[in-house]
Write a protein that binds this ligand. Structure first.
Ligand SMILES: Cc1cc2nc3c(=O)[nH]c(=O)nc-3n(C[C@H](O)[C@H](O)[C@H](O)COP(=O)(O)OP(=O)(O)OC[C@H]3O[C@@H](n4cnc5c(N)ncnc54)[C@H](O)[C@@H]3O)c2cc1C
Length: 433
């Protein structure tokens, strides 16, 4: 009476053990009321029909249980009615252990597992092998889409079933379930890749139509916003001779696709002609020229540039020089100081910036010029004292200034106030407007 699975599985000895171990009272209610859990409902029928495998236990004439795993197409265990299920036996390893056991003992235990949903159904029944003459029932067990050879058919009369708690069932997924989940992810992944490719800039391998073909042979981050580019002749030739303070006009493509050019000073020592170095400060709010350089200029890119131009001339006849740089204005000053040092002309470099981290070439200049270099960090409260610099300069010194317009204006104004001949002041503005 009551729960049919408990009625069969809870033998006298099992019940005694439950009593000893303290769980009997918890199961007592299962023995009461009308019989239940022996007639398949829609939920059991649907669950069995959705399976493509099950475990099946039989008992041998020597009382050994034997568990077999059975697999086939989804629903190969057919639900024939509310008390009967059956399956076709496909040819397997030909041991026939279950088949042999069923000859002597028709008791069978089945486990249907849904690992993905951590659910299992246990079923007890009595099994009968179909006779060859039972063609109608055999046909009901066959699967037209599964062409394995049917050797025999088994019909199971359901005696009891029980659903188990999901605890400890590992969440495993079938190949088809994984494919279903991965399929949509793969489609999404492909769409994302496509979108990324279409929005990614197509980097050119050659830019511009200037007469000087240069290839980018090295890139270095000199400061958070400043990158230097080493440029060699595309064909390995020696580069045109330059005067310190020269610049080249380089080609680029703005974000809107428009081709343009920008001027960048050759900051390397003009003595050597294997490469030019330019240093480009990325202007976040500008017209986009320097941003385009930072984005497009990669190793190996060929840029057809102008020949070197010079509007910031170095005087190598004067006995002394004072060089004043503000920020990225260091680029011509660096080359000029190198050229002056090579000619043993007395010099002093004053280099000012927001802080030392944002200023390019600081270590190189310190190494090269030692105490001929003064650094000024405005964040540290160190300001260029232009009056002192101009006043203390040797009488015939030439002043070279490059940096923000207000720096150039200040030097020119103070020089005027100090009655310094303006011919001794040379400067370059980076803004052509
Ligand atoms: C002689 C010279 C040397 C320079 N050297 C350096 C250097 O060593 N390092 C460095 O970082 N910057 C240097 N510059 C500044 C550089 O050329 C760019 O102006 C700077 O990179 C900012 O450009 P941008 O478009 O990013 O921003 P913005 O701040 O908007 O600059 C736009 C500026 O680009 C220039 N420009 C715009 N269109 C053109 C064009 N068709 N042809 C030529 N110039 C144009 C104009 O001067 C304009 O003011 C130099 C400028 C000159 C004139």
């Amino acid at each position: 009476m009551g729960h049919k699975f408990a009625e069969i599985a809870f033998t006298k000895t099992v019940r005694e053990q439950q009593q000893v171990l303290g769980s009997r009272s918890g199961y007592a209610a299962m023995d009461e009321g009308a019989d239940y859990n022996h007639i398949l409902r829609n939920s059991e029928a649907a669950f069995i029909s959705a399976r493509n495998s099950f475990y099946m236990a039989s008992v041998s004439e020597t009382d050994w249980p034997y568990i077999q795993h059975r697999g086939g197409p989804v629903g190969f265990m057919r639900v024939l009615d509310e008390k009967t299920i059956g399956f076709a036996d496909f040819s397997g390893n030909r041991q026939y252990v279950s088949t042999g056991n069923f000859k002597n003992n028709d008791k069978v235990a089945l486990f249907f597992m849904d690992y993905a949903n951590k659910t299992r159904l246990k079923l007890l029944g009595r099994v009968r092998q179909l006779e060859e003459s039972e063609t109608e029932l055999l046909a009901a067990l066959e699967d037209d889409s599964y062409r394995a050879r049917v050797e025999r058919g088994f019909i199971i009369t359901v005696e009891a079933f029980d659903w188990n708690c999901p605890k400890f069932i590992p969440a495993l997924y079938s190949e088809a379930q994984v494919e279903q989940v991965m399929g949509s992810l793969q489609v999404e992944n492909a769409a994302l890749k496509k979108a990324q490719q279409s929005s990614a800039p197509i980097l050119p391998s050659e830019l511009g139509d200037g007469p000087l073909p240069l290839v980018i042979s090295a890139i270095a981050q000199q400061a958070p916003n400043i990158r230097s580019y080493q440029l060699r002749h595309k064909d390995g030739l020696e580069l045109p001779q330059v005067l310190a303070g020269s610049h080249i006009r380089v080609p680029l493509v703005l974000a809107n696709g428009q081709r343009s050019v920008r001027d960048y000073t050759i900051s390397s020592n003009p003595e050597q002609r294997h490469y030019y170095e330019i240093a480009v400060q990325r202007e976040a709010h500008g017209e986009g020229g320097s941003q385009a350089v930072h984005q497009l200029y990669n190793l190996g890119l060929v840029i057809n540039c102008s020949n070197p131009l010079n509007e910031f001339q170095l005087d190598t006849t004067a006995p002394a020089a004072v060089l004043i740089a503000g920020g990225i204005g260091i680029t011509p000053i660096k080359a000029m100081a190198s050229a002056l040092a090579a000619k043993s002309i007395g010099l002093h470099v004053h280099y000012a910036g927001r802080n030392l981290q944002s200023m390019a070439f600081v270590e190189k200049l310190q190494y090269q010029f030692g105490d001929q270099l003064s650094l000024y960090s405005s964040e540290a409260g160190e300001r260029l004292n232009i009056v002192n610099i101009l006043r203390s300069a040797p009488v015939e010194a030439i002043f070279y200034v490059c940096g923000p317009q207000r720096l150039i204006d200040a030097v020119a104004q103070i020089a005027d106030e100090l009655s310094i001949d303006l011919k001794r002041i040379r400067y370059e503005r980076f803004n052509r407007d």
